[in-house]
Design a protein around this ligand. Sequence first.
Ligand code: NAD
Length: 424
Amino acid sequence: MTYIEPAPIKDKENPLESMMQRFDKAVELLGISEEMYYILKVPARQVTVGLPITMDDGRIKVFEGHRVIHSNILGPAKGGIRFDPAVNIDEVRALAAWMTWKCAVVDIPYGGAKGGIACNPREMSAGEMERLMRAYTVAMLDVFGPDRDIPAPDMGTGPREMAWLMDEYSKAKGMTVNAVVTGKPLVLGGSLGRTEATGRGVMVSAMAGMDKLKINPYKATAAIQGFGNVGSYAAVLLHERGVKVVAISDISGAYYNENGIDIEGAIKYRDLNRGTLENFPGAEKITNEQLLTLDVDVLVPAAKEDVITHDNASFIQAKMIVEGANGPTSASADDIINEKGILVVPDILANAGGVTVSYFEWVQNRMGYKWNLDRINRRSDRIMKDSFDKVFLTSQQFNVPMRIAAYIVAIKKVADTYKFRGGY
Ligand code: NAD
């Protein structure tokens, strides 16, 4: 029988393309030269490795892992490691470029990178995860380094995986190198405040956005997609500031209560229920798709990319979208959302709280010193608020949405730095 190559899936937009469309628009507005365009566009380094791992049943399974350094113009590259079945090189490249812009937008001295392994952590034992993480670290020994490329957690990974990475890297170097990775457990040199940092930055962005839109947080409602690291901390912190979180969700579905979800209760339920909200009581079960179109003040997509597209953008009723996830809105949805007058705090700004506190963690590791939580929160809140204000001002100066303004701020910084550093 003749083999027929399946057609590409047409309705799934490529996140790299979406990022590039916004990048192109900002570059055009800045009047960047063609040479500079290619310097900013092409990743500095891409590495793909095959990782044969012995599974618990004795079989050997080969996983594909990637690491992309998009840019190291501003400093060592920085970016998370994602464990997810959908990981592919296009996605990793897009996420690496996002990291370059994200670090530049919040003005920290890092370039951008990202890594990922196509695997399903939900179906793997702790032992299998550990072997996979250690094998990946060894395969990336000449990529990672505290002055070269500093990984961190992303979807499907956390402090446990970062500890394995730090240990494996340190063994290879013959000394403890805790600054090679951030998002580590506290006892290994992790920073106070890192776990909740991305959700906290989402909260600061949402509060700053509400202030601009003259929305009283005590009268505001929010819907949050994704109840993992980013979504659940954003929910707790928004709730603490008076915002009524009426819907939360995870991969099992969405949960709605017009009187407000009991957030602390939901976290306890999730933690006792193998990490999922499945059958969460005290709320009506709706779909993730319905959550996105609820009539709320603040919508926080904090799960995955490409959830707001040209198909559902016209049904969005929120007054503002604060992008906790990377790339939750496809480029084709931008115009529809802008026409509706919805304020979008874009991913490269809204979720930069994590990389900001990662940077603090690296600084502390290199100083051999620890800051207290109050100092970390004050400094990261100030960076997030100042960055929000800078992007908001740029959006007014160029008369563009905040997303394009954020790219303008970031691209200008990287391009200006390159001009001073020069090339061959
Ligand atoms: P996580 O693995 O802790 O949580 C992800 C959550 O999303 C889980 O509740 C999961 O059930 C849910 N989810 C997964 N697929 C879904 C789907 N199809 N529909 C609805 N819900 C779904 O991950 P995280 O660290 O919270 O990351 C979430 C997003 O935020 C990602 O896009 C990540 O790149 C981005 N991000 C994370 C950080 C960080 O510090 N963790 C920093 C910046 C950006």
